[in-house]
Each structure stands twice: as C-alpha cells, then as structure tokens.
Ligand binder design. Structure first.
Ligand code: ATP
Ligand code: MN
Length: 291
C-alpha cells in the first residue's frame, strides 16, 4: 500500500462502468511492478480528469501548475518551461491518482541523456471506418519493413483505438536524426502501399487508410506509457503484446483497468521479452534504403 491519503475515494470517474477513484488507485498499486519500469527516468506528462472522464481533461507536461506529491522534478531540461516530472515510485503514481491523473505519457528519452532518444514509436491511426483486421495487418507490415531494415520492433495496444509499434534504440542518434528516420519510414510505407497507409496528418488524408504517425518522435513529444490507463469510457489500458498473439487481439482497448489483471496473472513471461536487451542503432545505410 502506498502512503498517500486518498480524498473522495468513492467518487465515480467513469459513469458508464461505475469505476471509482479508489478503483484506479488499486489498479495503480497492482500494476506498479509493470508500469514503473516504463516510467523510469522518462519525463512524463499526465492527463488529469478532476471531474471524471466526462468532464474537462487537463494535459499537464510540467510540474508548476499543480504539485503532484512524490513526483520528481527536473529543472532546465525543457528550456523556457517549468520542471519536467518523472514518476519513480508507487507513491508517485498513487500521488498522481490522488491529483486526478489517469494517463501517463512519456518521452522517448530519459533524463540521464535527454538529447538521445532510446526508442522510436509509430502510432497507427486508422480511418474509424476501417475494421480491426486492417489495424493488425498495418502493425505487421510496419514490423516487416522495420525488420527488413534490420530493426526489431515490439507492439502494444494504445488503450484507445489503435496499436503502437515501438523500436528500442541504443542512445546514439540525435532527436533530429531519429525523427527524420521515423518520417522516412512513414513516407516509405505510404508511397509503397498508398491504398493502406498515409504519412499525412488529418482525417482527410487517411480516408480508407491508416495514418502512420511518426510525429511522436520529436524532442518533447510523448505517447501513452505501456500499462497506463486512458481517460476514456471503460478505462482501456495500453498493453504490450507478443507479435504471435496480435491476431487474437480484438481491439486497442481490449484490456482495461478492470480486466488487465486476468492477463497479467496468466503470463509466463514478459510479452516484451528481449526489448531491454536490444542494442540497435539506426544507420545511414538503413536511412538510404528508405529513399
Ligand atoms: P488512439 O489509439 O486512440 O489513437 P493514441 O494514444 O495513439 O490513442 P491520442 O490519445 O490521440 O492517441 O494521443 C494524442 C497524442 O498527443 C499522445 O501522444 C499524447 O502524448 C499527445 N497529447 C495529447 N494531448 C496533448 C496536449 N494537450 N498537448 C500536447 N500533447 C498532447
Ligand atoms: Mn493513435
């Protein structure tokens, strides 16, 4: 148990499911062994929902506006702004939940080497009219391209509508090189499979297609952390999966704060086995293959 006093524990945050603030706190306590490694040393923004998920949501990237008990503060990493926050303990995530935080969004770098991203994220955003099978196919095609370039990739649900494909990197490339590479991957996919993919943001550009969002790879950009819930009806959770189970996944919000424990209890191994040991770089030769 965390040493945080929870005020208004019975307050309902998801009317449709009757999920209360205290349920979210219990979720965070239970999932902490999985969630904390995902947050470790990463500047983290939170989405707070003081009036529940039906009310106004606040995306908070810096420490100043509202102090979150036990969140660590890092001055000077985001020039011209207040301190960035990291969440390194159960008390810090439960403290955030006490301040009505639901979502945790992390940078692609850690405070120990903030100018060198340690992963790329490809966010696959479908035209809502497309079936889920197209999303599965898109993730597999993204993986196929990355593997052909020599990069291993891992997959997670977004907790919302889609999937995220994640490529761990040794901390070598600059932000500019990482984002340029991610953009080149997206553009390559859109130009070789234009009926399936778009590399341009905006609903009009992805009609009948899936937008490969590479824009989350710039300095200061964030994405939902694995094992973090979403402030949306049902409180879906972003969940790492194995590639060989992707075909049986039914949607981006298949797992929620209410049912994720069923999956975690049954796991025999980390679905992202090997992720932490991957020591891969993006190279000039890879970049050239994308042109
Ligand atoms: P889905 O699968 O439903 O698309 P997702 O996580 O991929 O879920 P969004 O929730 O639309 O997509 O993500 C929005 C992105 O923009 C996230 O990467 C988040 O970190 C970032 N973001 C969200 N709100 C703000 C904000 N107010 N200011 C800056 N960045 C934000
Ligand atoms: Mn998305």
């Amino acid at each position: 148990m965390a040493g945080i006093r929870i005020t208004h524990p019975e307050r309902v945050i998801d009317e449709a499911r009757g999920l209360r603030k205290i349920d979210l706190v219990h979720y965070f306590e239970a999932v902490a062994p999985w969630l904390l490694p995902q947050l470790q040393k990463r500047p983290t923004a939170v989405v707070r929902a003081p009036s529940g998920i039906g009310g106004e949501l606040f995306f908070q990237k810096h420490a100043s506006k509202l102090q979150i008990p036990h969140a660590a503060q890092h001055e000077g990493l985001d020039p011209g702004h207040a301190a960035l926050m990291t969440f390194e303990s159960v008390d810090a995530i439960v403290g955030a939940a006490q301040m009505d935080a639901i979502e945790f969004h992390t940078w692609n770098a850690r405070v120990t080497n903030i100018e060198k991203p340690d992963r790329l994220i490809f966010d696959l955003d479908p035209d809502p009219a497309l079936g889920w099978d197209r999303m599965i196919e898109a993730a597999q095609l993204t993986r196929g391209l990355l593997e052909a370039l020599g990069l291993r990739a891992w997959c997670k649900t977004s907790g919302g509508k889609g999937l995220h494909v994640v490529v761990p990197l040794a901390r070598h490339a600059s932000w500019e090189a990482a984002k340029d590479f991610a953009r080149a991957v997206a553009v390559h996919m859109a130009s070789t499979l234009p009926d399936r993919f778009s590399a341009k943001m905006g609903p009009k550009n992805r009609t009948g297609r899936i937008f490969v969002d590479y824009l989350r790879n710039g300095r200061g950009a964030t994405s939902i952390a694995a094992y973090a819930p979403r402030a949306r009806p049902g409180l879906g959770v972003s969940v790492p999966i194995r590639w060989d189970e992707l075909e049986s996944v039914t949607g981006g919000a298949q797992w929620t704060v209410a049912n994720l424990h069923e999956r975690l209890d049954k796991l025999h191994a980390d679905p992202w086995d090997g992720y932490g040991e991957a020591r891969q770089r993006i190279t000039a030769a890879m970049r050239k293959q994308l042109d």
